[in-house]
Design a protein around this ligand. Structure first.
Ligand SMILES: Nc1nc2c(ncn2[C@@H]2O[C@H](COP(=O)(O)OP(=O)(O)OP(=O)(O)O)[C@@H](O)[C@H]2O)c(=O)[nH]1
Ligand SMILES: [Mg+2]
Ligand SMILES: [Zn+2]
Length: 361
């Protein structure tokens, strides 16, 4: 494989000109396992380790290389494992809070152009989970689309699509069957040569089945049909980047037990933009949207313009964000209050102006 086949482009070429040492080689991380990184470039694919300097930097809050990263490696003359010295600045990254109690970011995939948020149209279909994924992917810097898989196993695909439309305004939605191939060709537009795509979604939605479909071979193990009803079983256990015959790069990921948000304040705002907009119309700037007089959110709820579950979902994700923020930075609580006040003030001014200009409410 060559770096060009791995998605290298003029953007990274320019960054590369500024490298510290001329003998370093550019490479891409294609998988990762217990302290080793599988790297590919203009050399034979191999396992590499991190340099001492990078390790120290990563351990003190910097970044470990992640799948999809472009890195600078040094080939050692004595035949030892190549060393990773640097991670090139990422153009995009999909992150989450690490599993468990630690409050840290984990990069799931880097330098991604499009995230396919995959959800199955079988009994596992869940728009609340989709909201969570979309909120996090807004922050990634990549474009996100929704892929509804297992269309062959769904009685009313159209109804499901409109359900998703109602919670994901402006996001493209595709209904497909990775098993039969139905509708899959519509995804080709995202798979142009040099493009990087990450597949996200919970276990069993069919991510690896889709990878195999695009690769035209059984590269990834998929859950056996016999075990298909055993929920919570994870078939794919590590993230891995594959080069498709057409030149796109596809990252398969293990289904996450739960995607815990990380740094997704803006993502939540955008995912729930209609609620955020209603909130600016409340009478009081610090409205909690429960029993306050003049609450536009409650009014919308009462008139059936806002779904109760969606409101609850918004509250839950907001709370989650705030919890992490406060834990990380005790001063953040006050700052956050100020920020919210200002956002509210700004938005209120905008709406007041619109009202003056004859806008309808
Ligand atoms: N009916 C139907 N079943 C599918 C389809 N795509 C995948 N499956 C089945 O769903 C099960 C799970 O598929 P996988 O591809 O292993 O799912 P995954 O998302 O990779 O799961 P993890 O690796 O655990 O995260 C398998 O039994 C597949 O055969 C589809 O389009 N239709
Ligand atoms: Mg899988
Ligand atoms: Zn309110």
């Amino acid at each position: 494989m060559s770096i060009n086949q791995l998605g290298w482009n003029s953007h990274f070429d320019l960054l590369w000109q500024g490298r510290e040492r001329a003998e370093w080689l550019p490479a891409r991380v294609i998988s990762q396992q217990r302290g080793l990184w599988r790297v590919a470039g203009d050399f034979e694919e191999c396992w590499a380790e991190t340099s001492g300097t990078l390790r120290v930097a990563a351990e003190t809050g910097g970044d470990w290389p992640a799948v999809g990263d472009w890195i600078a490696v040094e080939m050692l003359s004595g035949g030892g494992r190549p060393l990773i010295h640097k991670v090139l600045p990422r153009r995009s990254k999909f992150v989450r809070k690490v599993a468990g109690r630690r409050l840290e970011e984990q990069v799931i995939a880097a330098n991604v152009d499009t995230a396919f948020v995959v959800m199955a149209l079988d009994g596992d279909f869940n728009v609340r989970r989709l909201e969570r994924y979309l909120a996090q992917s807004w922050e990634s810097g990549a474009k996100s689309i929704v892929v509804l898989n297992k269309a062959d196993d769904c009685g009313d695909v159209t109804a499901r699509i409109s359900e998703v439309q109602s919670i994901a305004a402006g996001v493209q939605i595709f209904a497909i069957s990775a098993r039969t191939g139905e509708g899959v060709e519509a995804l080709d537009t995202f798979l142009a040569s040099g493009q990087t795509i990450v597949l996200l979604g919970s276990s069993g939605v069919g991510k690896s089945t889709l990878v195999n479909h695009f690769l035209q071979r059984d590269a990834q193990a998929v859950r056996s049909v016999r075990a298909s009803d055993s929920r919570g079983r994870h078939t794919t256990t590590s993230r891995e980047l594959f080069a498709l015959p057409g030149g796109a790069l596809l990252i398969d990921t293990p289904g996450l037990r739960e995607l815990q948000l990380w740094g997704a304040t803006e993502g939540v705002e955008r995912t729930f933009s209609e609620i955020e907009e209603l909130a600016t119309q409340c009478k009081y700037g610090n409205c909690g949207h429960t029993t306050e007089p003049g609450c536009a959110v409650q009014a919308a709820l009462g008139e059936g313009r806002l779904d109760k579950q969606r409101l609850e979902s918004w509250r839950k994700l907001e709370r989650e964000q705030e919890f992490v923020r406060r834990k990380i930075d005790p001063g953040a609580q006050q700052q956050e209050k100020e920020r919210v006040k200002q956002v509210h003030r700004g938005a209120k001014q905008k709406y007041d102006q619109r009202r003056k200009d004859g806008g309808k409410f």
